[in-house]
Design a protein around this ligand. Structure first.
Ligand code: AMP
Ligand code: MN
Ligand code: MN
Ligand code: MN
Length: 284
């Protein structure tokens, strides 16, 4: 298995989560695992928070890992949920922090709406349950999924998404996020590079995806995540062609959340196709 994307002997993983959002490793444990897995440049990209970056940077400095400050924002475009990763951001930038504050408020409001919808499906106490599981982390659907599993409403984690929380399911709250272009503006203001995350996950036709990519580019987006975790054969080549068609740089990352999920393990993904220009050229 090729470990991450490499150039000049460096191995890059530019999409990963800690327990500041919906991952389950502390920032220190995440950095240690990345080092163990041979990753040399890691971007920590928690959902809608920069809360773990300071601790991750300290741990990285001690272990010789290069830590790229990042974030993964939830946005919408044409009514669909789209994730935009910001790489090499200034985490202290006031525009970025104002955006984060409003995302956190939206997440709290959404959690109340999810709980209300679930209560109509006879699921009790899910707001308190999800909040307890989230603790200090940014609350998200995975905390509801874990509650549904723990309380016996779902047979397994994926089943909670399938029955309750996934797109189009009763607990799915639509169109609660800011427009994609607005969020690209926050990232750009903070000196970061906006990356369209895991394009293959949106299950769009090529035509629709190209329309999305064009809108992303016009709003100031700079890169496409050409490799995300383990993808089916041919996906990276298809995305590389789209990145090149629209003049975008190419990023790669595992989208790591928790250990023992080999399909999104730190550093465990294929190489960027050689036709791509890697996103790290923008900051080297
Ligand atoms: P949220 O950011 O609260 O909307 O939650 C989205 C997160 O839920 C994603 O980043 C994944 O970590 C997780 N997720 C989404 N869909 C699924 C699924 N079908 N099975 C397991 N986890 C999922
Ligand atoms: Mn997640
Ligand atoms: Mn995502
Ligand atoms: Mn992610």
């Amino acid at each position: 298995m090729q470990a991450g994307c490499c150039e000049a002997h460096l191995i890059y993983d530019l999409h990963a989560h800690s327990n500041a959002s919906d991952g389950n490793l502390s920032p220190e444990a995440l950095v240690a695992r990345a080092v163990e897995r041979g990753v040399q440049v890691l971007a920590l990209t928690d959902h809608d928070t920069t809360g773990a970056l300071a601790r991750a940077s300290l741990a990285a400095a001690e272990s010789g890992l290069v830590l790229i400050p990042g974030i993964e924002f939830s946005t919408q475009w044409m009514g669909r949920g789209i994730h935009v990763v910001g790489l090499n951001i200034d985490p202290t930038h006031p525009v970025l922090q104002a955006g984060i504050a409003s995302q956190l408020e939206l997440r709290y409001q959404r959690a109340e709406q999810i709980a209300h919808k679930l209560s109509k499906m006879n699921v009790k106490d899910s707001l308190v349950g999800a909040q307890q599981l989230a603790g200090d982390a940014v609350i998200g659907r995975p905390h509801f999924a874990q509650y549904l599993l723990n309380a016996g409403y779902a047979p397994h984690f994926a089943g909670a998404f399938k029955k309750y929380l996934g797109a189009g399911k009763p607990g799915d709250v639509k169109q609660c996020w800011p427009e994609m272009a607005t969020v690209i503006g926050w990232i750009t203001a903070a000196g970061g590079i906006a990356v369209l995350a895991h394009p293959d996950k949106y299950e769009m036709t090529r035509t629709k995806l190209c329309t999305l990519v064009q809108a992303f580019r016009e709003a100031g987006g700079r890169a496409l995540e050409v490799v995300s975790g383990k993808q089916l054969p041919g996906v990276a080549e298809k995305l590389a062609a789209i990145a090149n068609q629209f003049g975008l740089l190419a990023s790669c990352g595992s989208d790591f959340h928790v250990p023992n999920q080999p399909w999104q393990e730190l550093g465990a993904f294929g190489k960027l196709p050689s036709s791509c220009e890697p996103v790290w050229h923008a900051w080297q």
